[in-house]
Write a protein of this length. Structure first.
Length: 293
């Protein structure tokens, strides 16, 4: 749409793929070979802004919706044979066998926000900008048959249990309201020297590390066997199966169901000096503090 239109709707779609492969020997007794992963991500972003001018006020309203579809296709099985040492391998012909099974995973991540802002030109020198932004960022969820590990009784390890399928990894918070305030004051009558100051609250989506759940229990299982005689003619008995029932693996990854979105508080002061007709020089001081719970 025309950028001069008071109602501006924009959207974007991006698609990316990554491939990883095991490569050359990393020690004298291990050799890694084969495809490691084939991952795909699609991101759709829709933004809508509406501008209304009423006297000395420029009112701006808008919304933003973002959705990411992430597909993780790792190797289905991996087997690693690790002898205690080369002499031990020669003497016994046996080694420890580590194995893993990984399920392909499909994730969905969404974020939504709306805002309202007023730019109020009080006089020729002073402009005030203030507004509110409301943000909602649910925890990533599994698509299709993918189950993300949500846990209950985290405060009591003896009763720790995998929550029923479909349980959110953490609860959705609907109270993330971020106020913003800014001023601009012209220190000279010609407007070539301006003082800017602002403060506001900013929320982080906090979902980056949650994508790791795609390759952790209950989407992955590990196995171990000692003293396996080489060569191994049948790998199938050593491949672990993925189960949702206890006992759970020694290592699992999860999040508190009461996790809150990280937020930061920011303040800034700047001096801007116009130089010539098209250039400006500015000095800015930025302070911030953050909280993550």
């Amino acid at each position: 749409m025309d950028s001069n239109d008071p109602n501006l709707l924009t959207g974007g779609l991006s698609i990316s793929s990554t491939n990883a492969s095991f490569g050359t020997p990393d020690t004298g007794i291990r050799y890694l070979l084969g495809p490691g992963a084939n991952n795909h991500a699609k991101q759709l972003n829709i933004v809508d802004d509406l501008v209304v001018v009423v006297g000395a006020h420029q009112l701006k309203f808008g919304g933003d919706y973002r959705v990411i579809f992430f597909d993780s296709s790792n190797f289905q099985h991996s087997v690693e044979l690790t002898p205690a040492s080369i002499p031990d391998l020669v003497a016994t012909g046996a080694a420890a066998l580590f194995s893993s099974t990984v399920k392909p995973s499909e994730l969905l991540s969404q974020a939504f926000s709306v805002y309202g802002q007023d730019t109020w030109k009080l006089n020729q020198r002073l402009t005030l900008v203030y507004g509110l932004r409301w943000e909602v960022g649910p925890a990533p969820s599994g698509r299709g048959s993918t189950i993300l590990g949500a846990w209950s009784s985290l405060d009591n390890p003896s009763t720790l249990a995998l929550a029923p399928a479909g349980t959110p990894v953490w609860r959705t918070v609907y109270a993330n309201v971020a106020p913003r305030l800014g001023i601009a004051y012209s220190l000279t009558a010609d407007g070539k020297l301006v003082l800017h100051a602002g403060a506001g609250v900013f929320y982080d989506l906090g979902v980056g590390s949650a994508a790791d759940l795609a390759t952790h229990y209950p989407n992955q299982a590990f196995g171990f066997a000692s003293g396996v005689t080489l060569p191994v003619t049948d790998i199938a008995p050593f491949l672990p199966t993925i189960s949702l029932l206890p006992p759970y693996p020694v290592y699992v990854e999860g999040f508190s169901p009461n996790l809150s979105t990280p937020r930061s508080y920011q303040w800034n002061v700047a001096i801007e000096k116009q130089i010539g007709g098209k250039q400006a020089l500015s000095f800015t001081c930025l302070l911030y503090t953050s909280r993550c719970v």
